[in-house]
Design a protein around this ligand. Structure first.
Ligand code: CU
Length: 176
């Protein structure tokens, strides 16, 4: 029974770690999905971004042929007018990963003449106060204090109650 309890406890610790890792590292989004960052096929990057919910820690990957395209991070004004003359940052590897670290709009365009005008531009909006749909009910900072409490429940004196609490907690994490 004690062995079953400790393996359950390990299971919970593992779940907590996975949730925390997801919060820290976020999701990876490949711009344009299989098509990538291109002018071919008239990809609607506005529509592509619209279907995603970007959060802090998410990684935006631009995949393209560096002979034909690049990635420039620009201001909102530059984004609107497709002005590539003084970008905030320029990426040219053909496989650029950009981690979102601030809650605001992040504007990107291709600096090759005509490409932005043809629609090769992207607005990544990380909204304020947006919570993850699969986030734990407790704030991340409170997670470590939850585990010792659970461990206290899983004692040899009350193993059944302990495992019930544990199961309830797991359900709570997944369905809250
Ligand atoms: Cu381009």
């Amino acid at each position: 029974m004690a062995m079953a309890s400790s393996s359950l406890y390990l299971f919970v610790v593992l779940i907590v770690m996975v949730i925390k890792m997801k919060i820290v590292y976020g999701d990876i989004y490949k711009v344009g999905d299989t098509a990538g960052w291109t002018t071919i096929g008239n990809i609607d990057y506005k529509q592509w971004a619209k279907t995603k919910t970007f959060r802090l820690g998410d990684i935006i990957v631009f995949e393209y042929n560096p002979e034909f395209h690049n990635v420039m991070q620009v201001t909102h004004a530059q984004f609107r007018s497709c002005n590539a003359s003084s970008p905030i940052a320029t990426h040219t590897t053909g496989n650029d990963s950009i981690t979102i670290t601030t809650r605001r709009h992040h504007f990107f365009l291709c600096g090759v003449p005509g490409h932005c005008q043809a629609g090769q531009k992207l607005d990544i909006n990380v909204r304020q106060h947006h919570s993850r749909s699969h986030s734990p009910a407790v704030p991340p900072a409170a997670v470590p204090t939850v585990s010792p409490n659970l461990a206290n429940f899983i004692t040899p004196t009350c193993p059944i109650f302990g495992s019930l609490v544990l199961r309830f907690s797991i359900l709570f994490y997944f369905f809250s």
